[in-house]
Design a protein around this ligand. Structure first.
Ligand code: PLP
Length: 446
């Protein structure tokens, strides 16, 4: 069928958004103006905007106008060409949870912030690691929602958990120091270790946790200075250690005098998890987390809860690098932690993650999957003979981005596996996207 004039207007608008001629944030004409400009019916203009919205290219509501959506393409950890994302990519490579009312919450908070308090204070330099009253809000949040008892002087605010991990490693370790890590671990830690020239010593990992006998033996052999670990909701395997496993790791760390860097970026998802290592070994643990996986990955708000023995070095390291977060960010984030917004959102996302995980298990049933039922991701080992890079490329051609095992592996050889992040794709699309993943693997190389 020949394209109508309305089809052409829609296609021109779409390509102007996709190629960046209309930049993110651009306000588009009202329905009435668009209609008048192109001599089409208002109902047709409304239809065009509705179609752009459903493709994720514009945002807006009645009364507020229609804006080009900021869906900046990102790259995956391992960078290959197939990982270049566009606004229409179904992104299973990264979890940036979105939830209803996110934009409205920020709008209201910014308005409240503008109208209240000592606004000029936000223009002043903060002390290294943050203002004490805001660090106290984080300490109270940790006590109430993570059962971690810490005072404000031992809490430092950082630009996301990634920076917290980087600061912890800089403060506690020297180049060439040995750090025990899971054989499959968070890629951001691998990257900072490489930049800091740390020696990563992989500990064999199984679905239920890392091999603790092997950890003990490696500590003896390698003069391990620190153990980097995610005891609750490990990324990428999703394990939650039992109390016995935690006690054993603490015992090993004490016997070999290793620091513990505890990454709790996803820990909130496992609501009934046993106590954090920070409470079991407070004398040697740096606990790092953020609001990236609950409230907003773009807020860049994270925190460290640190042992007294490390506090001064960490403060000096912070002072030597970023000094403090932007005051507007700390004001927004601590407001959400103090007024119950953060906890409420965590409750919502816990339910959401379980629903997504359940759907993934249904669709991928019978495949080789490792995942916690509360987790936002699953680990999918490919059938014998299939290569992760070829499957990732095939998926990219269908507009689906995934992470490859090689980004997570600290061993020389990575298993042929993929990590599927479940929280960035709209729930309404997840079924279709995961079905396409299954079909691509089962039919490969068709
Ligand atoms: C396990 C883990 N730790 C830390 C981070 C970094 O989080 P942030 O966005 O707060 O820097 C991530 C991000 O994906 C993660 O998965």
């Amino acid at each position: 069928m020949a394209a109508t004039h309305v089809d052409e207007v829609a296609a021109d608008l779409e390509s102007a958004i996709r190629d960046g001629t209309l930049a993110p944030g651009t306000r588009l004409p009202t329905h009435r103006k668009l209609a008048a400009r192109h001599r089409i019916a208002i109902a047709s203009a409304t239809k065009i905007y509705a179609a752009l919205k459903s493709k994720g290219l514009v945002v807006g509501e009645t009364g507020r106008g229609t804006y080009v959506r900021d869906a900046a393409p990102r790259r995956d950890w391992d960078g290959g060409d197939e990982a270049r994302l566009s606004a229409s990519t179904a992104d299973l490579s990264f979890n940036h949870p979105t939830w209803p009312g996110q934009a409205d919450l920020l709008r209201t908070t910014l308005r409240d912030l503008a109208a209240s308090g000592d606004l000029a204070a936000l223009m002043h330099q903060q002390p290294p690691g943050g203002r004490l009253h805001e660090r106290a809000i984080v300490a109270t949040f940790l006590a109430r929602h993570r059962a971690i008892d810490i005072d404000a002087e031992h809490v430092f605010l950082v630009n996301g958990a990634q920076q917290g991990l980087d600061i912890a490693a800089r403060a506690l370790l020297e180049p060439h120091d040995a750090v025990a890590v899971d054989a499959l671990t968070y890629p951001g830690f691998k990257m900072l270790a490489q930049a800091q020239r740390l020696k990563l010593v992989p500990v064999p990992a199984r679905a239920e946790g890392l091999d603790l006998d092997a950890l003990d033996a490696l500590c003896k052999r390698h003069a391990i200075r620190a153990i980097y670990t995610m005891p609750t909701l490990q990324n990428p395997l999703g394990w939650v250690w039992t109390p016995a496993q935690r006690a054993r790791v603490v015992e090993i760390a004490r016997r070999h005098d290793c620091a513990i860097i505890e990454d709790a970026a996803y820990a909130y998802l496992a609501a009934d998890a046993p106590p954090a290592l920070a409470t079991l070994a407070p004398e040697r643990t740096v606990y790092v987390s953020s609001l990236s996986k609950s409230l907003a990955s773009g807020l860049r708000f994270g925190y460290m809860a640190v042992a007294d023995a490390h506090a001064n070095r960490i403060k000096q390291t912070i002072r030597a690098s970023y000094w403090s977060l932007p005051s507007v960010v700390t004001a927004i984030a601590t407001r959400w932690m103090a007024d119950g917004t953060a906890a409420r959102q965590e409750t919502w996302l816990r339910r959401d993650a379980r629903r997504r995980q359940k759907l993934a298990r249904e669709i991928l049933a019978g495949m080789d999957i490792v995942a916690h039922p509360a987790s936002m991701f699953c680990w999918l080992t490919l059938p014998e003979g299939l290569r992760m890079d070829r499957i990732a490329t095939a998926l990219a051609h269908k507009g689906i981005a995934v992470s490859k095992a090689e980004a997570y592996a600290t061993t020389r050889h990575a298993p042929h596996a993929l990590r599927l992040g479940l929280s960035s794709v709209a729930m309404t699309e997840l079924h279709t996207v995961l079905s396409a993943v299954r079909e691509t693997i089962e039919r490969f190389p068709v």
